[in-house]
Design a protein around this ligand. Structure first.
Ligand code: ZN
Ligand code: ZN
Length: 173
């Protein structure tokens, strides 16, 4: 569909320079909003940037503890809550993990396509999907407060490599 704007391309480990630029952009954004950047908040952001994909809270804690043994699960959760409220991090409910938003400058509805083979996540914003969700809500008497839609499947590169998994099965809920 022409109004679909993919915001995250195939999972590539970002090079050091673009990583640094992204980090500076997020930290500037944070300062503009008057938010305090604690050591743990920065560390969580850096770990997600370095990963270039989704991480669970436990994986984040593991990575953070490699450089700072004082990191606690509660601290990681607080930092994640902070970044989610700021719109910088999205929570993937289906995989209980966290991923950096591709354009945290403004709140936005969108879709996250998750590959169950390699774990890559593509963030997209298809206005047709958003409008359909709102219409569906209205029809059933719902006012939606979370517009992020998670869709799972097998990505193009994985399918090309024959990692189609059990794609023949019917979709699950
Ligand atoms: Zn986003
Ligand atoms: Zn994949």
């Amino acid at each position: 569909m022409s109004d679909t704007v993919p915001m995250r391309r195939a999972a590539q480990r970002p090079d050091a320079e673009s990583q640094l630029r992204a980090l500076e952009r997020l930290e500037t954004e944070c300062r503009v909003r008057g938010c305090r950047l604690t050591r743990q908040r920065r560390a969580v952001l850096r770990a997600l940037l370095a990963e270039g994909g989704a991480l669970s809270a436990y994986e984040l804690l593991e990575r953070l503890r490699r450089v700072d043994s004082r990191c606690t699960p509660a601290g990681v959760y607080r930092a994640l809550e902070f970044w989610m409220t700021a719109g910088v991090v999205h929570r993937l409910q289906s995989t209980r993990s966290f991923i950096l938003c591709e354009h945290p400058e403004a709140p936005h509805p969108g879709q996250l396509l998750i590959c169950r083979e390699c774990g890559q996540v593509i963030e997209a914003e298809d206005k047709g999907v958003v409008a359909a969700a709102i219409r569906l809500g209205e029809r059933l008497g719902f006012v939606l407060d979370r517009h992020l839609v998670e869709l799972t499947g097998v990505c193009g590169p994985c399918r090309a490599q024959g990692r189609a998994g059990d794609s023949g099965r019917s979709p699950t809920t």
